[in-house]
Design a protein around this ligand. Structure first.
Ligand code: ADP
Ligand code: UDP
Length: 291
């Protein structure tokens, strides 16, 4: 338990609680593990569980491995604790090196377009493409296309999008790199990414790309909720329950990215609660060369 607290919780104020059932074949009993506390940054990728003797390993969404040793349950008079350790991170290092050299040769110009779900990122990106010659890469669209393509990560991505959870950085970054490499343009709008600090740090270190600036669409939850419920694109996550989860993820994880770039003087904040045309006037001003 000591390791679990020390390693997983030291940096994070926010966590989610999970419930796990294990079948002990020796005693022929189901064991219920309640209140497994994980940082909100991560999510167990359940179909990746590995069992060896009394130890269960779970791959987490950030490629950390969580180790449950069910033979080492610690009891106190009030509560039962399970011995849980964080085992380190799965890193695809060979691939990282390869992609870094390829993308750093291309040296594309990148603008991140961030804002809550329904703040109008996609809508304004379409306008920016027309007026300023950028190529629009929506991280969410790339992930949805990956599900449709029948990729091995499809089920995991589908589950995470349905829950409004952030997909592991490695998956999203690979899709973004591929899209950048396959396009001749050298100016890209990356819409809806990075969604947390881990996304941001991984993207910068893997690709070597630092954004020119960050466009931040600031909009009230009330307005975003209204827009998402009216979006009508048949998305699995545009229902009120998932919308609320996405708002929470945005506040808990994504705002930190905007704060980081703000501290570097890179954020251009747009009042996105106005009508589309008015928002675009502000967007145009953000893209105009500084005088
Ligand atoms: N300024 C705006 N005022 C009213 N509705 C908008 C505005 N911008 C976008 N919308 C609508 O709101 C919904 C969400 O917009 P979208 O661009 O898809 O947001 P995001 O990409 O940030 O999730 C869409 O149906 C879109 O037509
Ligand atoms: O970099 C990204 C972009 C999107 N998503 C997932 O895709 C969903 C939809 O994101 P998108 O940007 O398409 O829509 P928005 O929430 O901004 O309306 C999110 O809730 C996440 O589950 C993700 O994990 N990483």
């Amino acid at each position: 338990m000591g390791n679990y607290r020390a390693d997983l919780l030291k940096d994070h104020a926010n966590y989610d609680y999970f419930y796990l059932e294990l079948f002990a074949s020796t005693t022929w009993e189901w064991r219920e593990l309640r209140n497994i506390r994980l940082s909100s940054y991560v999510y167990p990728v359940s179909d990746e569980a590995i069992i060896s003797g009394c130890v269960v390993y779970f791959l987490l969404s950030n490629y950390d491995i969580l180790r449950f040793d069910i033979s080492r349950q610690i009891s106190s008079s009030r509560q039962r604790f399970l011995h849980i350790e964080l085992m380190g991170t799965v890193v695809d290092s060979a691939n990282k090196e390869e992609s870094k050299s390829v993308l750093s040769e291309k040296k594309p110009k990148v603008v991140f377009v961030l804002g809550g779900p329904g703040s109008g990122k996609g809508t304004q990106c379409a306008n920016i493409v027309e007026h300023f010659g950028y190529t629009h890469l929506s991280a969410g669209d790339l992930l949805r296309a990956e599900i449709k393509s029948g990729s091995k990560n499809g089920t995991m991505i589908q589950n995470m999008i349905s829950e409004g959870i952030i997909v592991p950085s490695e998956v999203t970054i690979k899709l973004l790199e591929k899209a950048i490499m396959e396009n001749e343009n050298d100016k890209f709008l990356i819409d809806g990414f990075p969604r947390n600090e881990e996304n941001r740090a991984a993207f910068e270190s893997v690709t070597g790309i630092i954004p020119e600036f960050v466009l931040f669409f600031d909009c009230s939850e009330e307005e975003m909720e209204k827009r998402l419920l009216g979006r009508n694109q048949g998305r699995v996550d545009d229902n009120i329950e998932t919308i609320r989860k996405r708002f929470k993820v945005f506040v808990d994880s994504s705002l930190a990215v905007i704060e980081y770039y703000n501290s570097k003087g890179k954020v251009k904040k747009i009042d996105a609660g106005k009508p589309v045309g008015e928002v675009f006037e502000a967007v145009k001003a953000a893209f105009a060369p500084a005088k």
